[in-house]
Design a protein. Structure first.
Length: 385
């Protein structure tokens, strides 16, 4: 790998031992993927925001960095709170949460606490090279915004944020951003999250191109999050909608490697056959935007939920939403509005065996979850017949 003079100085320890280790880690990471150089990044996203009591090695790394007085070099957002104050079990498992958040503040990381950082806290421009972790955020940045990042891991994200570099390979290169899999749709009732779930399983690590459909920005968020959960997909295109796919000729380098068709039956087969067994309902994974909460809120006005029901929102969006009369109606219906990650908050629980969710991402990761459309979930809540 080609190393420039500034990078060599860091590797020699002239900016501190911890920063040298961070850059050495990136060099080794890049060499594993045949990267030819390290390139500067515009921003980072730090995924390790869950203060799990037993992750001692993680805290040792943070302590080394902080003891050297190093802060992040580029604007860096961070993932959600884990719901550590939700109950006594979470308080025990996530006993280092307050300490971890102190470390995050000391490092100069933006305390947005959201996997949907691209909603407002950290919005890269088209073509920006960035060094993010968090699969759903990586997916949106690459696919919808046209920024360039690989699907990095915890601690690689920290190394990039501290040094301001990432290895140049994978989705940072033009040739790896071309479409590979053509996706045709035979769907009467679109469910973007279910579509993403199925596409992740079928595409695996290919770059799918979905034929034109007028998805909303929130649809793309939820579809991408599910796709990145069930597969290794970190970039998708939608014909005539996402920035690198103005048409099929542009997005493909020749003909697609293969073509698949997703049908209405495929989407419907993902839905639970037993929605009546739901013990709770969760909306928001990735976290809900302000627009999503406003759109759903009308269904709860003047109603009462019959099951515990959560809205899990971007913290900034939650703060705005809670100032509205729509939020008052949602709360009056018995809905709990949170800003934590439902996956982590519900991973260890007593009772509440069947969580019904309209999130393909949550359904994939959370043991005991069932999948339903938004309408299925509203019916289970008891606010829609």
């Amino acid at each position: 790998m080609k190393i420039d003079a500034e990078q060599e100085s860091i590797l020699q320890g002239k900016s501190g031992h911890a920063l040298a280790l961070a850059l050495k880690t990136l060099v080794k990471y890049g060499e594993a993927f045949q990267a030819r150089r390290l390139v500067p990044i515009k921003s980072g996203h730090f995924a390790n925001t869950f203060g799990i009591t037993f992750f001692k090695g993680n805290y040792n790394i943070l302590e080394q960095v902080i003891s050297d007085g190093i802060k992040v070099k580029v604007p860096t957002s961070c993932n959600p709170h884990p719901g550590h104050d939700l109950n006594v079990i979470n308080r025990f498992i996530l006993g280092k949460q307050d300490y971890l958040e102190d470390c995050i503040n000391t490092l100069g990381i933006i305390p947005n606490y959201s996997c949907v950082c691209y909603d407002s806290a950290n919005v890269p421009a088209f073509g920006d090279r960035i060094g993010w972790a968090e699969s759903s955020a990586v997916q949106f940045a690459n696919s919808v915004l046209g920024a360039r990042t690989n699907r990095n891991t915890v601690n690689i994200d920290l190394c990039s944020a501290l040094t301001g570099y990432t290895p140049e390979f994978g989705y940072l290169l033009d040739e790896n951003r071309r479409g590979q899999l053509m996706v045709k749709l035979k769907i009467d009732r679109m469910d973007a999250s279910a579509l993403g779930y199925i596409l992740g399983q079928k595409a695996i690590d290919k770059v799918p191109v979905v034929e034109h459909y007028p998805f909303t920005r929130d649809d793309l968020k939820n579809m991408g999050g599910a796709m990145a959960a069930t597969g290794g997909v970190a970039l998708f295109h939608v014909e005539g909608l996402t920035p690198e796919a103005p048409d099929l000729k542009t997005v493909f380098d020749g003909k697609p490697e293969s073509t698949i068709t997703i049908t209405q039956k495929d989407l419907d087969n993902l839905r639970t056959m037993k929605p009546e067994r739901a013990t709770s309902v969760v909306f928001g994974c990735p976290q809900m935007t302000y627009g999503e909460a406003m759109e759903l809120s009308g269904h709860f006005k003047g109603k009462k939920v019959r099951l515990p029901t959560w809205f899990c929102m971007i913290p900034e969006a939650k703060a705005r939403f809670e100032k509205t009369s729509q939020a008052d109606g949602v709360k009056a219906a018995g809905v709990k509005i949170y800003d934590h990650c439902p996956l982590t908050a519900l991973s260890v629980r007593i009772g509440n065996k069947h969580v019904l969710t309209s999130s393909g991402k949550c359904f994939y990761y959370l043991k005991g979850a069932d999948y339903g459309t938004t309408e299925d979930c509203l019916k289970a809540c008891g606010v829609v017949r």
